[in-house]
Design a binder for this molecule. Structure first.
Ligand code: GDD
Ligand code: MN
Length: 375
C-alpha cells in the first residue's frame, strides 16, 4: 500500500467536537459569516463545529458558507435541493453530526449565542437532556416582536400547554440544545414539515426528557427578512392535531383534509352563485363548482400542504391536470363507496361520510404518488 494513504499515518489527531451547532438558513447570505464570528468568540476554547443547512437559497447563502468552510474545517454546509422547511432542515443537520450535543440556532443573530456555553455545561453536567433558550422565563424577553406576533406566540404557547401538556414556558422557541442520543431516539417520529421543531420534540418525548430553560432576549433582525408567514398558523394547528391523534394521521394528511373541507365550501358557494345569480342549469352549475373547488384545492395544497415540494412554472399546469384526473377517479370511488354503504344501511349521513372519507384518502394517496411526487 502506498505510504501516503495508509490509514492513521501522517494524519494529525483530529479532535471530535463536543458540540455541533446547527443553523437552518434560507436567504441569509449577509448573516452567516457574522454568526460564525460570534460563535467563534462565544465558544472559544471548546471543540465545536457548525453545520449550516441551506435549502438552496436563491441568494446563494450556501456559496458563502462553502467559502467559509474552505477556510475553516469546523464549518460544514448541507445544501438541500427541491426541499423547504425549517424543521426538516434542523433534523437533517442534527443527524449529520456525531457530536454528543447539538444546538439549533437561527442564522439571523436574533438568538443569543453567548448562552451556548451555559447550555452545554448543563447537558454535560448530566442535569438535563434538553436545554431551551426561553423568552418567557424570568430574565428573558421578546421585546422585538410586534403586538400581533407576540399575541400569536402567547396563544400558541397556551394551546400547546393545555392540549399537548407541554410544560415548558417557551415551546415555540427556535433556540435549544439537546443530547444527540436522545434526539436520535425521537427523530423517526418527528415531522419534517413546519416550523415548530422544539414543540414537536417535547410533545413527542411525552415527559421523558429532562428539560431546563434558560432566559435569553430575542433580538431584532439586521439583514434579510423573516420567513414565517400566515401559513405558520395552519402548520401549528396541523402539528397539534397530529400529536393529539398520537401520530395516527400525519400532519400532511390533516392539512390535505383541511384544504378539502375548504373546497367543499368553495364548491357550494360557486354552485349557489351559478344557480341563483347566473341562472345556469344545475348540471353545468355543479360541474363549475367542482372544477373551481378542485382548482382552489390544488393551489392551496401547493401552497400549504406541499409547500416543501411546491410545484413551479410549467410544473403547476401539469400538476393541476393530474390533480383533476386524480380527483375525478376519487369522486367515482367516493360515490361507489357511499352507494354500497347506503345499500346495506340506508343512513344518509353514514353513507355520505364513508364516501367522503374514501374520496379524501384516495385523493391524498394518489396526489402524493403522482402530483407532488418526491424527487
Ligand atoms: N433551511 C431552511 N429552510 N431554513 C429556514 C427555512 C427553510 O424553509 N425557513 C426559515 N429558515 C431559517 C432562517 O433562515 C433563519 O435562520 C431561521 O430559520 C429562522 O427563520 P426566521 O424567518 O428568521 O424566523 P423568525 O425569526 O420569524 O422566528 C424564529 O424565532 C422564533 C423564536 O425563537 C424561528 O426560529 C421560530 O421558530 C421561533 O419561534
Ligand atoms: Mn428570525
Amino acid at each position: 500500500m502506498n505510504e501516503a494513504i495508509r490509514p492513521g499515518q501522517g494524519t494529525q489527531a483530529v479532535v471530535t467536537p463536543e458540540l455541533s451547532v446547527v443553523v437552518p438558513t434560507f436567504n441569509e447570505r449577509d448573516n452567516v459569516i457574522a454568526l460564525f464570528r460570534k460563535l467563534e468568540s462565544a465558544l472559544a476554547g471548546r471543540a465545536w463545529e457548525v453545520i449550516y443547512v441551506d435549502d438552496n437559497s436563491p441568494d446563494g447563502t450556501w456559496d458563502v458558507v462553502r467559502t467559509l468552510a474552505r477556510e475553516d474545517s469546523r464549518v460544514r454546509c448541507i445544501r438541500r435541493i427541491g426541499r423547504r422547511g425549517l424543521s426538516g432542515a434542523c433534523i437533517e443537520g442534527i443527524l449529520a453530526s456525531s457530536a454528543p450535543c447539538a444546538a439549533v440556532i437561527d442564522a439571523d443573530l436574533q438568538h443569543d449565542e453567548t448562552q451556548l456555553p451555559k447550555m452545554l455545561a448543563l447537558l454535560q453536567g448530566g442535569e438535563a437532556d434538553l436545554v431551551v433558550g426561553s423568552r418567557y422565563v424570568e430574565g428573558g424577553s421578546a421585546d422585538s416582536f410586534d403586538k400581533q406576533r407576540a399575541g400569536f406566540s402567547m396563544l400558541a404557547t397556551q394551546v400547546s400547554k393545555k392540549l399537548l401538556r407541554v410544560e415548558i414556558a417557551d415551546p415555540m422557541s427556535g433556540f435549544f440544545m439537546i443530547r444527540r442520543d436522545r434526539f436520535e431516539q425521537l427523530a423517526p417520529q418527528l415531522s419534517t414539515q413546519g416550523f415548530k421543531i422544539l414543540l414537536d420534540i417535547v410533545a413527542t418525548a411525552r415527559g421523558s426528557l429532562r428539560i431546563k430553560e434558560i432566559p435569553y432576549t430575542f433580538g431584532s433582525r439586521q439583514h434579510g427578512e423573516s420567513k414565517l408567514d400566515s401559513m405558520v398558523a395552519l402548520d401549528f394547528l396541523g402539528l397539534v392535531l397530529a400529536k393529539l391523534t398520537g401520530d395516527v394521521v400525519s400532519l400532511r394528511f390533516l392539512l390535505f383534509a383541511m384544504v378539502g373541507s375548504l373546497g367543499l365550501l368553495v364548491h357550494l358557494v360557486a354552485l349557489f352563485i351559478a344557480l341563483e345569480l347566473f341562472n345556469v342549469p344545475f348540471p353545468e352549475a355543479q360541474a363549475c363548482g367542482a372544477l373551481l373547488a378542485m382548482t382552489s384545492n390544488f393551489l392551496l395544497n401547493n401552497f400549504l400542504t406541499y409547500r416543501d415540494q411546491r410545484l413551479k412554472g410549467l410544473g403547476i399546469l401539469r400538476g393541476l391536470l393530474l390533480f383533476y384526473l386524480v380527483c375525478s377517479v376519487g369522486l367515482v370511488a367516493n360515490v361507489g363507496v357511499a352507494f354500497s354503504v347506503y345499500d346495506q344501511e340506508p343512513i344518509w349521513w353514514l353513507a355520505g361520510a364513508a364516501g367522503a372519507l374514501m374520496g379524501v384518502v384516495w385523493n391524498y394517496a394518489m396526489s402524493g404518488l403522482f402530483v407532488w411526487r418526491k424527487r
